[in-house]
Design a binder for this molecule. Structure first.
Ligand SMILES: O=C(O)c1cccc(C(=O)CC[C@H]2O[C@@H](n3cnc4c(=O)[nH]cnc43)[C@H](O)[C@@H]2O)c1
Length: 269
């Protein structure tokens, strides 16, 4: 199993927030198609699908952060490009992470909370019928969910928990249209019991990862509630700071001074 990890975000602000949680500045690289990738090295072993480290203790791990664009199609195209390039370079990834900000489903995921997927679910990949919505599986082709390997999920949730974040674990929905009404939010919650958040890229990232036989997980910070559109109420800054905090914990580094969390939650340097 390789120790390389690919983190996929939609926009540069999300990539910067993730990168702030990793060691160093990262080395910029451009992929075919013009996708922006930053290559980081961390001394912390990257977890595998089994939850254990891929590399021996002390061995450096490569963590690359990709800006893919907004939506599942852009995410799939960019992720597939990065994975294909790595495979052709004989330096394949071992794990793919979809990361960024998200809308949180009440009451599970309030503003500023961090969500971790147990499944990455395409919530609008199917057909609307007079009898209701049918996912693609019911139409006889394709799939609309990718499950996260339980040991990987446990590892990520445990690290965040130990760091005082208390992640909200459940299905993270991928939508092509941001939910903007209470009725749509209620419909999604009814169709996907326990869903913690919606965003626009996870399932696309997961499709590309699955094509390369790789495990995938989605880690996001909640910037807004899923429901009636109120852009003024989005707390993007707080969510981006929470994202940095989460990735700093996962990378094993010290807690960020700029988050001013209680000293007892800080990890020793
Ligand atoms: O305006 C900014 O400064 C800014 C900084 C970082 C990110 C953004 C975005 O607009 C990112 C769009 C991205 O966010 C996800 N997202 C967030 N909330 C929701 C939601 O309620 N429903 C669906 N997606 C959401 C999504 O993955 C987008 O790609 C702006």
């Amino acid at each position: 199993m390789t120790d390389r990890i690919l983190i996929v975000t939609a926009v540069a602000a999300e990539a910067d927030s993730v990168a702030r949680g990793l060691a160093g500045e990262g080395r910029p690289d451009a992929l075919p198609g013009g996708y922006a990738l930053r290559r980081h090295t961390t001394a912390v072993p990257v977890p595998t699908a089994s939850g254990g480290p891929a590399a021996p203790a002390g061995a450096p791990s490569a963590v690359d952060v990709l800006v893919a664009g907004v939506g599942p199609a852009a995410a799939a195209a960019a992720t597939a490009t990065a994975l294909a390039r790595a495979a052709l370079d004989d330096a394949p990834y071992g794990l793919v992470v979809s990361a960024g900000i998200a809308g949180g489903f009440a009451p599970h995921a309030p503003l500023g909370s961090v969500v971790v997927s147990d499944a990455l679910v395409a919530a609008d990949l199917g057909a609307q019928t007079p009898d209701g919505y049918l996912p693609v599986e019911d139409l006889g082709f394709g799939r609309s969910a990718h499950r996260v390997p339980p040991a990987l999920l446990r590892h990520v949730a445990d690290v965040l928990d130990a760091g005082g974040i208390g992640p909200r674990v459940g299905p993270v929905l991928t939508v092509s249209t941001v939910t903007g009404t209470a009725a749509r939010a209620a419909e999604l919650a009814r169709r996907h019991p326990g869903a913690v958040a919606e965003a626009m890229e996870g399932f696309g990232v997961a499709e590309a990862a699955a094509a390369h036989g790789l495990p995938v997980i989605e880690i996001r910070a909640v910037s807004n509630a899923v429901g009636p559109r109120d852009r003024a109420a989005w707390r993007i800054g707080e969510a981006l700071a929470a994202l940095t905090h989460a990735f700093r914990l996962l990378a094993g580094g010290p807690a960020p001074g700029d988050l001013a969390e209680p000293a007892e939650l800080r990890k020793p340097k």
